[in-house]
Design a protein around this ligand. Structure first.
Ligand code: DGL
Length: 290
């Protein structure tokens, strides 16, 4: 067993799996598409289910939890980590990239999900009016507003927080009849704020797990964007432009799933969602020796 800091040092310059992190189940919606896009790569997924939802937590807490997770994945050999979580991308990514990575290992990379989504959003909208469903934390951070103002200043964004949706997914209630009430309520509220919206971003990686219900209560003429494929395409493009990082990914087609909570519950949902039998392991303490 080695301390996290020692394990990170020992893995400097050695290829490893692609790390994928989310507060819980939501990142699986990204992982599934990443594996389709790069099938021969090894992946190591970490869901911090014990501390989810992140969406209503403070900036500092989300940053601290995310940094712990990133350091853990680095200690397990990852050279590249995808924050498959909008809340973590909104509240922690910039700090980690600018302040932590240079000290930990300047060659490693941490990438998020907000930039890839905002980069291509103009391809989907005709009216220029976009709706965003996201966690309270992502909405309050105004990360989407800031990115869009830089990349597509002509686009009007209406953001709407859905505080209940992540809990429905984390509690395995996404298919329950009770979920309909919360899904319809938020859709009606967003669309009444701006009837010109023709595209809605599901700006929380948990929300695709509620997709059938969201689609059901959204008028047919409105497109609903799921981030998985967008992030996967963006990563492929990134690896083409950065062959030095492409070479740092091991290619054994393996998948390891880790959760900070109950592994059997996690394995069950992950197996259904990924369409294969997958077992997961529990990590009790992200700061403990690995
Ligand atoms: N799946 C995450 C996101 O994309 C976080 C949800 C949460 O933990 O509140 O925002």
């Amino acid at each position: 067993m080695r301390l996290i800091a020692d394990a990170i040092k020992e893995s400097i310059g050695h290829p490893g799996p692609i790390g994928v992190f989310d507060s819980g189940y939501g990142g699986l919606t990204i992982l599934r598409e990443l594996r389709r896009a790069i099938p021969d790569a090894d992946f190591l997924y970490l869901g911090d289910n014990a501390r989810a939802p992140y969406g209503s937590r403070s900036f500092d807490l989300v940053y601290n939890f995310t940094l712990e997770a990133v350091r853990y994945l680095f200690a397990r050999g990852c050279q590249l980590v995808i924050l498959a979580c909008n809340t973590a991308s909104a509240k922690a990514l910039r700090n980690i990239q600018q302040h932590d990575l240079p000290a930990i290992d300047p060659a490693r990379r941490v990438l998020g999900v907000i930039r890839p989504t905002t980069e291509i959003i103009d391809r989907y909208t005709d009216t220029g009016h976009i709706g965003l469903f996201a966690t309270p934390g992502t909405v309050a951070s105004q990360s989407y507003d800031l990115e869009l103002a830089k990349l597509h200043p002509g686009i009007t964004l209406h953001s709407h927080a859905c505080p209940m949706w992540v809990s429905l997914v984390e509690n395995l209630e996404a298919d329950s009849p009770g979920a309909d009430y919360f899904v319809k309520k938020e859709i009606d509220s967003l669309l009444s704020a701006d009837p010109l919206i023709d595209t809605i971003i599901l700006g929380c990686t948990h929300y695709p797990l509620l997709y059938d219900k969201i689609r059901h209560y959204t008028p047919d003429n409105i497109k609903i964007l799921i981030q998985g494929k967008i992030v996967a395409e963006s990563l492929l493009d990134y690896l083409c432009r950065h062959p030095e990082m492409d070479r740092m990914i091991t290619r054994g087609r393996s998948l390891e799933l880790l959760t900070t909570e109950e592994p059997d519950k996690f394995s069950g949902l992950a197996s259904v969602f990924m369409g294969e039998n997958i077992s997961s392991l529990r990590v009790h303490d992200l700061n403990a020796p690995v």
